[in-house]
Design a binder for this molecule. Structure first.
Ligand SMILES: O=P(O)(O)OC[C@H]1O[C@H](OP(=O)(O)OP(=O)(O)O)[C@H](O)[C@@H]1O
Ligand SMILES: Nc1nc2[nH]cnc2c(=O)[nH]1
Length: 187
């Protein structure tokens, strides 16, 4: 079987597994400090699919009692944003009066996280805290600042650690830039 990291469509590795885990640990420490004296358990909500790998690593580094739920939202086809966020599967929990923490893999245009933030506020969350592993802040289309982030990435299409290109490369353990000229070699 081919090694995914040496796939011809992987142009450049931006972060190794060790680099990623160091940033995940830092964010976990920051969130632990923020919520450790909470009377009520915060509700961590991972945005599927991309946010799930980051969320599971992050939560295991936090010695906190939390609720955990998922929402599946989609707005990309290949490397292009459709501009519209679609809910594929909604949360199951009642969020009224709860401290909600939304976890995603990347913030690019900012549309998804802005939309999720507004959506959970509409569902009655007491507070909404946003967390993303990667912040591609040069690409913002909406005016949105994430509360906690792992790293800033350049304005290029990145894959790995949850981030896909048409469902390829999500399980790449590193974060890398893809070579669009070699995408025909996928599969
Ligand atoms: O800031 P934005 O421009 O909105 O982009 C960020 C969103 O794009 C990706 O989701 P995608 O729609 O590809 O769904 P997926 O997580 O299932 O791959 C990613 O996981 C974020 O949710
Ligand atoms: N995989 C991936 N998904 C995204 N969604 C928004 N931006 C990106 C990106 O750079 N890579």
């Amino acid at each position: 079987m081919n090694n995914l990291i040496s796939h011809p469509a992987i142009k450049k590795v931006l972060l190794t597994e060790t680099d990623i885990q160091a940033q995940v640990q830092r964010v976990a420490n920051e969130l632990t400090e923020k919520f450790q004296d909470n009377e009520q358990r915060p509700v961590f909500i991972a945005a599927l699919k991309g946010g799930v790998i980051f969320a599971t690593d992050l939560l295991r580094k936090m010695p906190l009692d939390v609720d955990f739920d998922f929402i599946d939202v989609k707005s990309y086809s290949g490397s292009a944003s459709t501009g519209q966020v679609k809910v594929v599967h909604d949360v199951n929990m009642d969020l009224a009066g709860r401290d909600v923490v939304v976890i995603d893999d990347i913030i690019d245009s900012g549309r998804t996280m802005q939309w999720l933030s507004d959506y959970f506020a509409l569902k009655g969350a007491k507070t909404v805290t946003t967390v993303a592993l990667a912040d591609k802040r040069e690409a913002r289309v909406v005016d949105f600042d994430v509360d906690y982030y792992g790293l800033i990435v350049p304005n290029e299409f990145v894959v790995g650690y949850g981030m896909d290109y048409n469902n390829y490369f999500r399980n790449l353990p590193v974060i890398a830039v893809i070579d669009f000229d070699k995408l025909n070699l996928i599969g």
